[in-house]
Design a binder for this molecule. Sequence first.
Ligand SMILES: *Cc1c(COP(=O)(O)O)cnc(C)c1O
Length: 430
Amino acid sequence: MTSSPFDAWITNDDEVTSLLSQEWQRQTTTLQLIASENFASPAVLAATGSILTNKYAEGYPGRRYYGGNQVVDEVEDLARRRLTALFGADHANVQPHSGANANVAVYQALLEPGDTILAMRLDQGGHLTHGSPASITSKWWNFVSYGVTPRSDDPENPGEMIDFDNVRELALEHRPKMILAGATAYSRLIDPAPFREIADEIGALLMFDSAHVAGLIAGGSHPNPVPYADVVAFTTHKTLRGPRGGAILCREEYAKKIDSAVFPGQQGGPLEHAIAAKAVSFKEAALPSFATYTEQIVANAKAFGAALAKEGFRNVSGGTENHMVLLDLREFDEELTGKLAQEVLDRAGITTNRNTIPDDPRSPFVTSGLRVGSAAQTTAGMKEGEFETIATLMSRALRHRDDDAIVTEVRADVAAMCATFNPYANFTKQ
Ligand SMILES: *Cc1c(COP(=O)(O)O)cnc(C)c1O
């Protein structure tokens, strides 16, 4: 297939048609290892491309500022019902346009400007919206940051995991109004229970940002933070495999505040086509086959991390319990930066992203780390054996990065794998 079957209708715009075709080629002939990406199902794509994009629906079901929302109300209610059922939550807001919007809306709903939030350090795995100097969040709220434990050579206790003594100490010292659990570059399971204990000790709210692991939670591979956290915010497009967007779950007592913060606090009209696609993905995530999928994601990441370690790439924290592996490149090759590794792997048809690692001596633009994830290629049907092959291909391309012939050979091997594991071959009409 030379182009996506889903863009056959764009016949009057050669430029966009050509670009979509090029991107289809890229996505289906190279390996997608960015931990925050996935392949959404044809049903999700169809709903995202639906006529619901035509409708204005400011407000919420039953309380809209425009007429003609009878059907849209049902769409949004369906998405909310499916989502609360999926996670066992009191209340859902499915309108956030993105994970960042969802997070800011939560802060806006539950905090006053200047209030303190205790969140994970950005250079140790936290997200930009957890108080980056470049983000609006740090201008409106006061962030204090906890980190991970120091690295150790003891294989029983490798370190580089959330330092709960540090979380507690900082909580007692700064008395934050909110504690924020959740990360964007952290390969370990995040247990909500100790966060809840610390929050209770100081009377703080607990927010869980499960952007990366929402799918693993839905599939039962990670603990559900809903019983512990006052509010859970996440993206729908990472391991959850829905359309690009965000969502918020909260206890009933915060429902009104959360809803008002999303609209009219943050956003105007909701993207009802995206909300329909979210509903489709919530149904998919409730299927038994999705639990099998998330189990395979975790098994694949484990096998991938172990195979990469065999090739000389140190796994930060000694391994993985989720869908990602964070690699310290320095032991593989002291000269190899994250930036260079990402560029070389791009030439080899392997799509990754550079990432800072704990105590990284290099800048966030250069870095000494690389982040890889298993969610997308697991959707394409790959298993442990394929991920072990990818580890050897990565190693080969990076070792021989100055030899174009070898990088080209790796790219051909990658293309052969991708031809066998087309991401859209596995979806069946339900
Ligand atoms: C991806 C991510 C977000 C932001 O999601 P966007 O949709 O890119 O705005 C927020 N928090 C965490 C932890 C994330 O990983």
